[in-house]
Ligand binder design. Structure first.
Ligand code: GDG
Length: 738
């Protein structure tokens, strides 16, 4: 029964719910399509990709025989591998942590959240259960695609077991602002769990932004265009708005049984010329159902002329009925519907048809098809597929979508009437506008939306996600390829041996020595001085220390080494100990007096940060400050300085946890010209870790060995992990004394 395939890669889709659910009625087991938006997406992936599914079947077997029976059925008929979870664990993991903690928190209902340690523990345990199933079925070559908030610890569990594997994670609900996310007591564990993936997908760019800022604020990892460096691995966060199966909708609309159903509905509903308003939701507090009903009540109060001229079909599917807030919501909705129907209904007309059950998609389509207006007004929604399905069903381009601006779908469906659900007036006005909209206007909006949905259907969504995982893997492989590995190390040493005129350009902080809490603590140790002396004393070598530090410090710390020095990123150079310091032409430091108070102000406002004054530059360091605050303040200061210094000859640089201002044209590459312009070098090595070292890498000939210390984008040909690795390389070079 176990399928283990280590030779060929396959896609493994892992989600809490399988695309099918098992239930037992009157002693008979039944397998049905699972409800909800995620299941809709999974069905689509399975149409296109060769994939297997791992997930909870929604049922706990009574004995082993039943368990085996279910397993066989699901595996052979549905490519689904069930993870059986005992009811006690389901209570704490699914109804508990997933739906009483994560769901409300991620939808900004923080007051609905329970923070129960035992539920969190069970959540971890169930993630482990999924992991155990995964390792039984998977091989390291497989592509893992994990879905949704129930399994946020699984990416890192898989990463540990298969370090080279391709892991994608997609969140179907919003990722909240970091201010809200940080409320979670286990926030770091959750983020670390997610960062085990190579690619993290979200429905909207806004959620990506929130995720990245949580990662920065809570774990201190910065990002570059959505790429986060986690150790030696690049992790990407991107938005992939999920679409619908447009083609299936078109085909189903042609199916005789559905056509008949549509005609029947039209006869029934349109006979008395009433307009049809439709909503379709799980009965969930995030869907804004009471708010919508109150909007309709106000609409009825304000527009008596519309009485008896429309019918609102409100389809609610029962959901998470075991969670307290859901049963309270049910009571509230029942009473509001009763109140409105009681107040405005009359013989022959009730404004609201309230249906409380699940309808299969084929039954939904005729409703979408005949509805004049869809009222999709969640308070928060990751995407909302119902809105998209409604548009996809509007083959004749007629119909109006009223959509809440806080649904992920609003980012793509800008032609809809966008509303603020909490504003009853806004809701009532939008409904009136929708009911009275001219056909011309309806068609104009619908056409645009349909075109967009046609192009970005659910297959495009799945394809682009899987393709992007592969891209991230390529990016990682490229990075791995750039590593100065043993083979390249040997080549470097061999070229070093063969050459006679070598130029060695070494940055100091972060390259030869690790960062310290305070800049003045990064004095060279005995070992470093020994290495530098040995390199500098080799007659074949010309050694230059290329630093952003001031010349006094460099001289104090490295004065005994017979090497060249470049200080303040090239504002000063000392060609050799026999030379005087030379200043870059036309430099003046008077401007610093104007900037000092601004930077000092930041030093006071951001505890742990400090201002460093150089002769021709001034810098604000924030390495030891709170990452959250310093990220915010550094961007603020950077933006401010850029504007403040526009039209001057000063430039602002955002380096590694430092913002520095210096005179334009001063950079390490320019500063090195006195050495680089000599054409005698048959070997050049340049090592640096920072943004400012890129100016050196840029001006080197392509044969030079340029090495970046640390990961991330760089113009350097190679990279090394740490200052320690740099030293190891240099020690090897000291062994060649010619
Ligand atoms: C989550 C996120 C995100 C079928 N019968 C009924 C029914 N269906 C199908 C609909 C639609 C799906 O269920 C509902 O999807 P939604 O996207 O509207 O909402 P959630 O279930 O909350 O889904 C959501 C989605 O995942 C996908 O990523 O868009 O933001 O919350 O395909 O055809 N739906 C309802 N009643 C039925 O009788 N409500």
């Amino acid at each position: 029964m176990r399928r283990k395939n280590n030779t060929k890669s396959k896609i493994i889709i892992i989600s809490n719910r399988l695309p099918v659910t098992v239930s037992k009625r009157k002693g008979t087991l039944k397998v049905q399509q699972s409800p909800g938006g995620l299941a809709t997406g999974l069905q689509a992936i399975r149409k296109e990709k060769e994939a297997i599914f791992i997930g909870w079947p929604g049922y706990w077997p009574v004995n082993n025989k039943e368990k085996r029976f279910i397993e066989n059925n699901l595996i052979y008929h549905h490519q689904c591998y069930p993870v059986f979870i005992p009811p006690t664990e389901i209570n704490k993991y699914y109804y508990g942590f997933a739906n009483r903690t994560l769901w409300p928190l991620f939808h900004y209902f923080s007051t609905y959240c329970a923070f129960e340690k035992s539920e969190w523990e069970t959540y971890k345990k169930v993630n482990q259960r999924f992991f155990q199933k995964v390792i039984k079925l998977a091989g390291p070559e497989d592509i893992f695609w994990i879905h949704d908030y129930h399994l946020m610890l699984l990416p890192s569990l898989i990463r540990e077991a298969f370090p080279q594997s391709s892991v994608g994670f997609f969140l179907h609900i919003p990722f909240p602002s970091s201010e809200v996310f940080r409320i979670l007591p286990w926030r770091k564990e959750v983020l670390e769990g997610l960062l085990g993936a190579d690619l993290l997908g979200f429905h909207a760019y806004e959620y990506v932004r929130h995720f990245l800022s949580s990662v920065l604020r809570l774990l201190g990892y910065e990002h570059e265009f959505g790429a986060i460096q986690v150790g030696n691995r690049t992790v990407k966060a991107e938005s992939f708005p999920m679409g619908v199966d447009f083609q299936q909708v078109e085909e189903l609309l042609e199916k005789p049984s559905i056509k008949n159903e549509i005609d029947k509905l039209k006869d029934e509903m349109w006979a008395d010329k009433k307009k049809i308003i439709l909503s379709v939701d799980r009965l969930d507090y995030t869907k804004g159902i009471p708010q919508r009903l109150k909007g309709i009540e106000l609409f009825l109060e304000k527009n008596p002329k519309w009485h008896n001229r429309f019918t609102y079909i409100m389809l609610c599917v029962p959901s998470r009925t075991k969670v307290n807030y859901y049963s309270l919501l049910k009571e509230e909705v029942d009473s509001l519907v009763g109140r409105i129907n009681g107040r405005f209904g009359r013989l022959g007309w009730v404004p609201i048809y309230y249906i409380y059950r699940f309808l299969p998609f084929e039954k939904l389509m005729p409703l979408y098809s005949v509805a004049d207006v869809a009222l999709i007004t969640p308070l928060r929604d990751g995407m909302n597929l119902v809105a998209k399905e409604f548009v996809a069903c509007k083959k004749d381009n007629r119909g109006v979508l009223v959509l809440s601006e806080t649904a992920g779908a609003a980012a793509e469906l800008g032609e809809a009437l966008l509303v603020n659900v909490n504003n009853r007036e806004d809701m009532a006005d939008a409904l009136l506008q929708a009911l009275e909209m001219s056909e011309e206007e309806q068609v104009r909006g619908m056409e645009f939306m349909r075109k967009r949905l046609f192009e970005n259907d659910v297959f495009q969504w799945a394809r682009s996600f899987i393709e992007e995982i592969k891209e991230v893997k390529k990016m990682q492989a490229h990075c791995e390829h750039r590593k100065l590995n043993e083979e390249w190390g040997k080549r470097l040493i061999c070229d070093f041996k063969k050459s006679k005129n070598r130029l060695l350009l070494l940055d100091y902080d972060g390259t030869l020595i690790s960062f310290t809490k305070k800049p003045e603590q990064a004095k060279p140790d005995v070992e470093l001085i020994r290495i530098l002396l040995s390199l500098a004393n080799n007659p074949g070598n010309t050694l230059v220390i290329v630093s952003g530090r001031d010349r006094k410090t460099l001289e104090q710390w490295l004065g005994e080494v017979p090497c060249g020095l470049l200080a303040e990123h090239g504002a000063w150079i000392r060609r050799s100990p026999d030379h005087e310091w030379e200043k870059h032409k036309g430099l003046s430091g008077e401007w610093k007096e104007q900037l000092k108070p601004i930077l000092k102000n930041y030093e006071i406002r951001v505890p742990g940060s400090l201002v460093e004054e150089k002769e021709y530059g001034i810098a604000w360091h924030y390495r030891n400050a709170n990452p959250e605050l310093s990220q915010l303040k550094s961007s603020e200061l950077f933006d401010y300085l850029i504007e403040f210094l526009a039209n001057t000859d000063l430039q602002v640089m955002h380096g590694n946890k430092v913002i520095e201002v210096r005179v334009f044209g001063i950079d390490k590459g320019n500063g090195l010209m006195p050495w680089l312009s000599k054409n005698k070098w048959d070997f050049i090595l340049a090592v640096g870790d920072d943004w400012t070292d890129e100016d050196v890498f840029k001006v080197l000939p392509s044969t030079a060995y340029s090495i970046k210390v640390g990961y991330g984008q760089s113009q350097a040909r190679f990279y090394l992990e740490s200052p320690k690795a740099t030293r190891n390389l240099l020690v090897e070079l000291t062994k060649i004394q010619k």
